[in-house]
Write a new protein. Structure first.
Length: 682
């Protein structure tokens, strides 16, 4: 008989490669035992036994067919089909050869002991999916009858409602997932818990987290008790934090099998569950397991007689990947998710990320196209803010800028900066050229703030952008080879740095003016006026685009038949537009539509990613928006914009009037008028 045909295997004979035979839990336990870890002895009832058991049920193929009809959102169907499968399997006797093999191995292990009987699925404890806890576990099992019944109930638990839905959602075939059963001698745990070799809350890899409670681990896993919580630094093997909880209850094993929940004596409830030496011993076991498997581990453990027993280990599947954003110097680096800051939660394309990295005007070491200070990871872009955050001036700038977008972001960064391993020299060494550039920019900000005519800022910046577009078109039109076009695009991205440097001082001046006005007016200005003076900004491209799209909708609304056709906007936008062109009275709409796409068609959803379709390529999102716009009152969008502009003008006038009151009012009013003008233009 080959090992794969065996119905029962001792844990000592199991290795990591036996996943298909003993499931994830069994394979991990066998591997840990082979590594010399203190794993309780036991054996596995293999997937071959499960397949033999299931095959004895006539009509199992039909039940698998019913399972295949369940979709991820149909809880009722999963409940109904699951109940049919479970009832059918629970009525089956365990085949005699399987029962005999299980009983023989149980006697060899020691029939006087209590046992933990745990499910171990072949789709469990995988790096990309967490099936742990989907199937059943039975504790304190004694005697032949209880053992065989517990094995059968574990098999049947492969078809709980939760397990069925999870497989559907994760794309696993019901027929392909099989179940082994791990039978281990029970550990009469005095203390038990879980160990994570990376902090599951912060994702910090050098931090090891341990949660512990008195008694069996089921009280912690089931949420019946708040555990003690410890944090250790894996590099220095030091304890960096401990939180001792008030623990009222524990689950303890019964002498003759089973478990019970007990109330802990008052004197024990506030005691620490682990000593420093025990914490360090657990940490060493976790670090060994992580080093062996090559990935952060979630380890279950128990303590009996002061000695550790490892009950299980599995990969932590909830950690965000860090490929590409590792620390370049082994110190703590802070990487900030740029896309999430802009509400872009979807993954970006490699092309889109590469273009943005090329656009960043610094960090191009050895003439690399992409900046080293913006890193791709998990389909997202992260800015390495470590260097400026370590510099006193850079820290103020970064925190000040981020506070304009997200009030919570600066506090998150401060928590990271408070860690001892973050406190390193900032290593900022600016060249004379960099110093001159920064000084020049600061001078230009002051010029835009106090000297230049604000009314020309928008036209000037728009002119810079339009000229750049013309230059790019002219250059690309003269090139035929893809290689030459790619080189031109790279040069364009570098040239855009100069464009940014030209308009950035105007933008910065506007932001500074707004903050100065808020500070100046906090004692005498109406807060509502300080909020309203900057609404309805003329020249804002998003405002103008929205108004232009509403104009397109108004042109469409002149034809009732065309309005009705908007109810049928579907996936095929080109077919919809072709049909719209045949509708009487659609001419004005199509003319406005063409003009809109010519002006704004280069934009699109998640447009910062250059690989995403633009509106001129896929206009469906625009058509769906227009379907709502055509139902609005004619002229309502223009009236709304006019009301905003009037509210802003009135608020600005009140601010100037209020500033003029009191001593020095004339000078204060001139200052407020200037700040309002610069803020609205910049």
């Amino acid at each position: 008989m080959t090992p794969r045909d065996r119905l029962v295997l001792s844990l000592g004979d199991v290795r990591a490669g036996d996943l298909s035979l003993v499931g994830g839990k069994g394979a991990n336990l066998g591997e840990l035992l082979h590594l010399g870890m203190p794993v309780p002895s036991g054996f596995c009832v293999t997937t071959a036994a499960f397949e033999t058991f299931v095959a004895t049920l006539h009509g199992m193929d039909a039940l698998y067919g019913l399972l295949d009809t369940v979709n991820a959102n149909d809880v009722a169907a999963a409940r109904d089909v699951g109940q049919q499968v479970r009832q059918a399997l629970l009525g089956l006797p365990v085949p005699p050869d399987i029962a005999r093999a299980v009983i023989d191995e149980w006697r060899a292990q020691g029939e006087e002991s209590s046992y933990a009987v745990r499910s171990s699925a072949t789709a469990e404890d995988l790096p990309g999916a967490s099936f742990a806890g989907q199937q059943d576990t039975y504790l304190g099992i004694r005697g032949e009858g209880e053992l065989i019944n517990a094995v059968r109930r574990c098999w049947v638990s492969l078809f709980t409602d939760r397990a069925i839905l999870y497989r559907v959602q994760s794309g696993f075939s019901h027929r392909d997932v099989r179940l082994a059963v791990v039978v281990q001698q029970m550990v009469a745990a005095e203390v038990s818990g879980v160990l994570f070799t990376a902090d599951p809350v912060t994702g910090h890899r050098p931090t090891l987290a341990i949660d512990a409670s008195f008694g069996l681990g089921e009280s912690l896993v089931g949420g019946l008790v708040t555990p003690d919580s410890y944090r250790l630094d894996k590099r220095s093997r030091s304890i960096v934090d401990r939180q001792i909880a008030y623990k009222e209850t524990a689950i303890l094993p019964l002498e003759h099998g089973g478990t019970q929940r007990v109330q802990l004596p008052e004197s024990q409830r506030s005691l620490a569950t682990l000593t420093d030496s025990q914490l360090l011993e657990l940490a060493d076991l976790g670090i060994r397991a992580e080093a062996h498997y090559g990935t952060p581990q979630d380890m279950e453990w128990a303590m009996v007689g002061g000695e550790v027993r490892v009950l299980q280990t599995r990969p932590i599947t909830s950690l965000f990947p860090i490929d590409g954003v590792e620390s370049p110097d082994d110190s703590l680096h802070v990487f900030f998710n740029m896309g999430y800051q802009q509400n872009m939660t979807r993954a970006m394309s490699p092309l889109g990320m590469s273009c943005i990295r090329a656009f960043v005007p610094f960090g191009h070491v050895h003439n690399q196209v992409e900046s080293i200070y913006v890193r791709p990871n998990g389909g997202r872009l992260f800015a390495d803010l470590t260097v400026p955050l370590r510099h006193p001036v850079g820290r103020r700038v970064v925190l000040g800028v981020l506070s304009q977008f997200d009030a919570l972001a600066p506090e998150s960064l401060r928590l990271a900066m408070a860690r001892p391993e973050f406190k390193k020299p900032h290593a900022v060494a600016m060249s004379p050229t960099a110093v001159r550039t920064i000084a020049h920019l600061l001078v230009r900000v002051q010029e835009a703030l106090w000297v230049q005519n604000p009314s020309g800022i928008v036209a000037e910046v728009d002119g810079l952008v339009e000229q750049n577009v013309r230059d790019v078109r002219r250059r690309l039109d003269g090139m035929t080879s893809p290689e030459a076009q790619i080189r031109a695009v790279i040069d364009v991205l570098r040239f855009l740095h100069l464009v940014v440097l030209q308009w950035a001082p105007r933008f910065a001046a506007g932001a500074v003016a707004h903050r100065l006005l808020l500070r100046l007016g906090r004692d005498w200005a109406d807060p509502q006026d300080l909020a309203d003076y900057n609404v309805g900004l003329p020249g804002n491209v998003v405002t103008e685009m929205t108004l232009a799209l509403a104009d397109v909708a108004e042109a469409a609304a002149r034809s009732p038949e065309l309005v009705a056709w908007f109810d049928h906007v579907a996936d095929d936008s080109q077919a919809w537009l072709a049909k719209a062109a045949t509708i009487e009275g659609s001419g004005p709409f199509l003319e406005q539509w063409k003009g809109f796409l010519q002006r704004y068609g280069c934009r699109g959803s998640a447009e910062v990613d250059i690989s995403k379709p633009r509106w001129y390529e896929e206009p469906l999102p625009l058509l769906m928006t227009l379907a709502g716009y055509v139902q609005q009152d004619r002229g309502s969008h223009r009236r709304h914009q006019e009301s905003l502009e009037k509210a802003a003008g009135d608020a600005a006038q009140r601010l100037v009037t209020d500033a003029a009151r009191g001593p020095g009012g004339a000078a204060r009013a001139r200052l407020v008028r200037r700040l309002i003008s610069v803020s609205r233009s910049g």
